[in-house]
Design a protein around this ligand. Structure first.
Ligand code: C5J
Length: 222
């Protein structure tokens, strides 16, 4: 694979595709599906579901091009030993992490709602990073995996734009990775946060990274 110049904001990014990885953030049933935890909180999950097809196309393109694909999931151990009290003790007690939810205990590993949506199911050889925080680098072996493979650029998509995507991109940027965020393959329950979140990434000459689209990146991978 070769180097490719990918159109992006705030300026085109030159990507060595052999040193690029696709990172799909938290496309979990509880956040996305009607009948899940996100919906139970009163969110319009169709806003998040809109990112599934762009993510699916990006995933297919990355697999076809032989890119490393990494999936992440936000969640905790069943005994909550990895969940800070400050995180657990937030919101109404019946809607807290570990409480019984519509698809099993909320944000607990192994529960149905914690799983990735079927359309984006990881292949056995694709690493899945189970993360206790919003950022995919915090208390995980993601950085080690990326460095072992010589990865320099992350193509980032998933949900939600302003929370786990943003936190991960900020963490990655500080660790020296170039992050190219796929605007249409990210989503938020709050459209205005999605828009502003993307603008924040590309502002000030790309202060955290670059923003492009699924079609643009797929054309570069083809
Ligand atoms: C993610 C969240 N994945 N919003 N989580 O963004 O709590």
């Amino acid at each position: 694979m070769s180097r490719s110049e990918i159109a992006a904001k705030p300026f085109p990014l030159s990507v060595d595709l052999a040193r690029a990885a696709l990172v799909i953030i938290d496309m979990q049933r509880d956040f996305l599906e009607p009948g899940g935890f996100g919906a139970a909180l009163g969110n319009d999950v169709s806003l998040l579901m809109a990112a599934v097809e762009p993510c699916r196309r990006m995933l297919a393109g990355a697999r076809a091009a032989g890119l490393l694909v990494i999936h992440t999931r936000e969640g905790h151990r069943p005994d909550l030993s990895d969940a800070p009290r400050a995180k657990v003790e937030r919101g109404a007690p019946e809607k807290r992490i570990g409480a019984p939810g519509p698809m099993g205990r909320i944000l607990i590993r192994g529960e149905a709602g914690h799983d990735i949506v079927p359309a984006l199911a990881p292949l056995p050889e694709e690493p899945v990073i189970d993360k206790p925080g919003k950022g995919a680098f915090y208390q995980t072996d993601l950085d080690l995996m990326l460095r072992n493979r010589g990865i320099e650029t992350l193509l980032v998509c998933g949900v939600t734009t302003e929370v786990c995507v943003h936190t991960t991109v900020r963490e990655a940027n500080d660790r020296g990775y170039r992050c190219l965020v796929l605007a249409d393959a990210c989503a938020s329950y709050f459209p205005e946060f999605h828009e502003v979140g993307l603008r924040m990434i590309a502002a000030q000459g790309g202060i955290f990274g670059w923003v492009s689209t699924t079609d643009t990146v797929l054309a570069a991978l083809a």
